[in-house]
Ligand binder design. Structure first.
Ligand code: ADP
Ligand code: 5GP
Length: 190
């Protein structure tokens, strides 16, 4: 089944996904396509598939993406085929995507579990984003502005989980995944 963990930049999605994969052996992380330039240390095909805008638009036109969205000036999307193949094998496919994309996933696959990761506070979100040190000041300001909109959309998700203590947060997610998995059908709906 598909499991989306969305939430504002800096809330801890990447950290939570790493921990989920460690504790859930049959979980795989979907590798998104993006037009964003790679950060130092990011590897093409591992963290993202880095493509130019023309290539991305071709993927959209060909129906190769399960969902896609523009976020802070760049395009991001989930390749459909690898996700569908993993779901067909009975694996849990984790999607680290933003809010608009999450809602598209639910529309494509009603069995998908949509989780919104909440920061303990907006101040802590800003602290984490700055503390990560991967974006310049202007980019951080833009991401915090987008975060306000994203936080307003949390009510559309199946579940909201606060990422205060990482272990507690992941425990809660694993419980929710186990319940949703029992209810999900084996069909690949997308
Ligand atoms: P996202 O993928 O949502 O942008 P990251 O996983 O990169 O966020 O996390 C942003 C920063 O917050 C990182 O420096 C990470 O180590 C830190 N972080 C993540 N989860 C927690 C937590 N539960 N408590 C404290 N710091 C956290
Ligand atoms: P970043 O640039 O920090 O890697 O990601 C920026 C935002 O884009 C994050 O909220 C991340 O979850 C989201 N994102 C990453 N991949 C995808 C994707 O395939 N689709 C959508 N809709 N959002 C994505």
């Amino acid at each position: 089944m598909l499991v989306v963990v969305a939430g504002p930049s800096g809330v801890g999605k990447g950290t939570v996904h790493t921990e989920l994969r460690r504790r859930l052996p049959d979980a795989v992380l979907s590798v998104s396509a993006t037009t964003r330039p790679a950060r130092p240390g990011e590897v093409d095909g591992v963290h993202y598939r880095f493509v130019d805008r023309t290539t991305f638009e071709g993927m959209v036109a060909d129906g190769d993406l399960l969902e896609w969205a523009e976020y802070a000036g760049n395009l991001y999307g989930t390749p459909r085929a690898p996700a569908a193949e993993a779901v067909a094998r009975g694996e849990v496919v984790l999607l680290d995507i933003e809010v608009q994309g999450a809602l598209q996933v639910k529309a494509a696959d009603p069995d998908a579990l949509l989780v919104f990761l909440q920061p303990p506070s907006f101040e802590e979100l800003e602290r984490r984003l700055r503390g990560r040190g991967t974006e310049d000041g202007a980019t951080i300001a833009r991401r915090l502005e987008v975060a306000l909109d994203e936080l307003a959309g949390a009510g559309a998700f199946d579940l909201e989980v606060v990422n205060d203590d990482l272990d507690r947060c992941v425990d809660e997610l694993l419980d929710a995944i186990a319940v949703a998995r029992r209810a999900a059908t084996d069909d690949v709906a997308f």
